[in-house]
Design a protein around this ligand. Structure first.
Ligand SMILES: *[C@@H]1O[C@H](CO)[C@@H](O)[C@H](O)[C@H]1NC(C)=O
Ligand SMILES: *[C@@H]1O[C@H](CO)[C@@H](O)[C@H](O)[C@H]1NC(C)=O
Ligand SMILES: *[C@@H]1O[C@H](CO)[C@@H](O)[C@H](O)[C@H]1NC(C)=O
Ligand SMILES: *[C@@H]1O[C@H](CO)[C@@H](O)[C@H](O)[C@H]1NC(C)=O
Ligand SMILES: CC(=O)N[C@H]1CO[C@H](CO)[C@@H](O)[C@@H]1O
Length: 504
């Protein structure tokens, strides 16, 4: 694998990682290529990078080791009054530079502007440059338990007025905000530490941890373009049929058609889920939205003479498969440098690196507490299974096998650590949940089809963005009043409920 790592630059940006929660084929997970690159996420240069010294172990008084946690402040709306409201954007499972746009133009800037407050982004331990250890061995990663990480934010809030340049903030009201995993954090911080955290907004907040999260892909089936979804389904069923063949010839031909010859069946099935991951990065703002899923759909469904001919003779599935293969070849396989084989580029590496990386950290959180292994629906979910958009090779034993391989973890994740904090029914005064109706993560949020209905009140707002995917309210425009109505209304509602909270 050495050659591949040396050429790490080549695939940078291939996956438009917003955060580690974005689905990543297992075969690409260990790749250093997935670290977000500064050219795609910006440098945050407009804000000064600051450091807070935090405890590595919050629960052991005789352990005095500390690490430096990174944060940034947007104070352009702060007029110098005593105790301004402070909006803490939890960066979550990513390099926090990814959140600089949200600090500059997004939700916390909008809320600070409306209230004369201060906006802060705090990087999460083990991500970006907030590293307690320079080696992510499983032993070191044990300090990445959820309770330790929540305590980081609490220590930060409690010490902010003494360590930051803003000393007149001892009595400030803190409101947490986060999207995705960070959304769950924002909600849990409010609920678990109500005297320290005045209010919270969980956007696409995954308050429900789940071992087998096959619903991720099923949300794609349920909410994306029907013609495209049914083409994917036809192609995938044909893939599974071919992979079931006892002979190697058809399987080899299939993989070659995708430019992925030599890959193991499971690695192949996993890798071709690649275009589906981009659903999560669809955004109302065209400038930052990913267009790869649409490009994939267009390729699969395009009308052509060939499509009609194949349709009349052997059915539409072979056409869908052919086009699927072409798209993967053009957009993924061909990115492999010419002097390397597909296996060298896309097969699982033999040795696992313990170097610090987003995937290494998030994978540990997944394997120990959160679950969210994404794959095919189980056959018992007959409707979802029949219409699956990913191969049935991607079952739970397969999708979670990296836990043992990469971390030596054999137990199932302790999802109860998370779910006992409220699960779908997490609620608290001054705690808001904002979700997208088509978000692949919706089934892990309080707006899941399995959750109790919620009333939308000023104290406990419950907002579902129609057609939205992942935390669409996090980003915004400098002048939010010029945003498209769908999003402007969410931002207006957030200003209204936050203003009312602050008046209480
Ligand atoms: C607490 O910290 C001390 C000093 O580092 C260490 O010797 C001890 O094993 C720690 N206890 C636990 C339970 O981790
Ligand atoms: C990280 O720890 C592992 C296991 O102890 C060790 O084999 C490896 O050499 C260490 N890597 C670095 C860069 O220190
Ligand atoms: C923190 O979480 C870890 C992992 O679940 C657990 O072992 C530990 O007992 C917890 N500590 C506290 C103080 O709750
Ligand atoms: C932060 O505040 C807490 C309680 O106010 C205090 O015990 C702790 O020592 C402080 N930590 C730092 C790093 O300043
Ligand atoms: C996003 C991307 O790179 N899309 C390309 C994938 O391949 C098709 C052709 O099949 C191109 O047209 C796209 O530009």
């Amino acid at each position: 694998m050495k050659g591949w790592i040396k050429k790490a630059g080549i695939l940078t940006g291939l996956i438009g990682l917003n955060s580690a929660l974005e689905y990543t084929p297992r075969t690409l997970r260990n790749s250093p290529l997935l670290e977000p690159s500064l050219s795609t996420i910006g440098t945050g240069a407009q804000f000064e990078q600051r450091w807070f010294e935090n405890q590595i172990d919050h629960f052991n008084d005789s352990d005095s080791r500390t690490f430096n946690q990174r944060y940034w402040i947007n104070d352009r709306h702060y007029k110098g009054d005593d105790n301004p409201p402070i909006f803490l954007l939890e960066a979550g499972e990513t390099d926090a530079l990814v959140r600089m746009d949200a600090l500059d133009r997004g939700i916390v800037n909008i809320l600070s502007q409306a209230t004369g407050g201060i906006a802060v982004v705090l990087e999460h331990r083990f991500y970006g440059d907030s590293l307690p250890f320079s080696n992510f061995t499983t032993d070191n990663l044990k300090y990445l338990s959820y309770n330790q990480t929540l305590q980081d934010s609490i220590s930060f809030i409690e010490n902010f007025s003494s360590v930051s340049p803003y000393s007149k903030t001892q009595q400030s009201k803190w409101i947490t905000y986060g999207g995705s995993y960070a959304g769950a954090r924002a909600a849990h911080l409010r609920k678990l530490f109500p005297d320290i955290v005045y209010g919270g907004i969980g956007s696409s907040a995954v308050t429900h941890a789940e071992d087998d999260y096959w619903r991720y892909f099923d949300m794609i089936r349920l909410h994306q373009d029907i013609a495209c979804v049914s083409s994917i389904n036809e192609a995938v069923r044909l893939v599974d049929l071919i992979l079931d063949s006892p002979f190697s010839y058809p399987k080899d031909a299939l993989k070659t058609m995708f430019g992925l010859q030599g890959l193991r069946d499971e690695d192949f099935a996993d890798l071709i889920t690649y275009p589906l991951a981009f659903i999560q990065s669809l955004n109302w703002d065209d400038a930052i939205s990913s267009h790869k899923f649409q490009s994939f759909c267009q390729t699969l469904t395009e009308d052509s003479i060939k499509k009609r001919l194949l349709g009349y003779t052997v059915g539409s599935a072979p056409y869908a498969l052919l086009r699927y293969g072409q798209w993967i070849q053009k957009n993924l396989s061909n990115k492999c440098p010419a002097d390397l084989t597909p296996v060298e580029c896309f097969g699982l590496p033999e040795a696992v690196s313990t170097e610090p990386s987003t995937m290494r950290a998030w994978g540990y959180q997944v394997c120990t507490q959160w679950g969210y292994f994404q794959g095919s629906p189980p056959a018992t979910e007959s409707d979802a299974y029949r219409h699956r958009v990913v191969s049935n090779r991607l079952n739970l034993p397969h999708t979670s096998s990296y836990c043992e391989r990469d971390y030596g973890i054999v137990e199932r994740p302790h999802i109860d650590d998370i779910n006992k904090l409220g699960d779908f029914d997490t609620r608290f005064p001054r705690l808001a949940f904002i979700d997208g109706s088509a978000d692949p993560w919706r089934e892990a949020t309080p707006h899941s089809s399995r959750a109790r209905m919620r009333k939308d009140t000023l104290s406990q707002p419950s907002v579902l963005i129609k057609g939205g995917t992942h935390h669409w309210d996090e980003n915004g425009w400098e002048d939010y009043t010029s945003e498209p109505k769908l999003i402007r209304r969410v931002h207006e509602e957030a200003i209204a409920f936050v203003t009312s909270w602050l008046e209480e």
